[in-house]
Design a protein around this ligand. Structure first.
Ligand SMILES: CC(C)(COP(=O)(O)OP(=O)(O)OC[C@H]1O[C@@H](n2cnc3c(N)ncnc32)[C@H](O)[C@@H]1OP(=O)(O)O)[C@@H](O)C(=O)NCCC(=O)NCCS
Length: 194
């Protein structure tokens, strides 16, 4: 899969597997704290990523710079429990690769793949101060929405299941929901139909 930019051979998009956990863990370690403040969808330890990436239902990809022989970005759409045709989107491009239009091409490739795999609605939340990300989302067709309570609940439930598997308790779901509600105070929600 090649990214559709002006130099198609320079960047390669790779579908993530469990065996990529180590290189992705190193990529996340290389990101600066300001980036992590904006992008923290799940833990970044190698052990956690191995489990996360073993789930083939989600669509997770990384962008690799052939010239620099390093990862330039990571993006994913993870399915909602009970509503597998609906996905939650996240993206990060490392600092040195920003502002080249890479995020746009990368996102569009991810969504093409999601469509092929039966996902028809993509939801995200973003801090209202993150104007760069909001610009990207508008460019690729997201519209601001009021998010329904059940969507926040499903996101919280997904986080707990992911961290604790079937040991996840209702208390943890509620705790996670209240964290999401705090984040919601400073964030906006956006939706795109595929
Ligand atoms: C958001 C992010 C993925 C964008 O990556 P990028 O490769 O720089 O984005 P692109 O170059 O494809 O630009 C996408 C759009 O944003 C615009 N843009 C670029 N830099 C911008 C800036 N500093 N401020 C506002 N808009 C900007 C571009 O002009 C482009 O729009 P256009 O096609 O109309 O010109 C990247 O900044 C990032 O990883 N940020 C930290 C993590 C993060 O915030 N993730 C999202 C969490 S919800």
């Amino acid at each position: 899969m090649h990214i559709s930019d002006k130099k198609p051979k320079e960047y390669l998009i790779v579908r993530i597997k469990a065996s990529h956990a180590k290189i992705l863990a190193n990529f996340f370690k290389s990101l600066i704290p300001q980036t992590i403040k904006l992008f923290h969808p799940h833990p970044f330890s190698e052990e956690f990523l191995k489990k996360l990436f073993a789930d083939k239902k989600d669509v997770r990809i990384f962008l690799s710079s052939r010239k620099k022989r390093k990862i330039a970005g990571y993006a994913f759409v993870s399915r909602f429990p009970l509503f597998p045709m609906k996905g939650y989107f996240g993206i990060v491009i490392s600092e040195e690769f920003r502002g080249k239009g890479l995020a746009k091409g990368f996102t569009n490739q991810l969504f093409d793949q999601c469509k092929k795999e039966g996902i028809n609605k993509i939801l995200l939340n973003v801090y209202e101060s993150n104007s760069r990300a909001i610009k990207l989302y508008e460019v690729v067709g997201f519209k601001k929405i009021e998010v329904a309570f059940y969507d926040r609940y499903l996101i919280a439930f997904r986080e707990v299941l992911r961290n604790d598997g079937l040991k996840g308790s209702i208390i943890k779901v509620i705790k996670s929901l209240s964290q999401i509600d705090r984040a919601v105070e400073h964030s906006i929600w956006m939706l795109k139909d595929l």
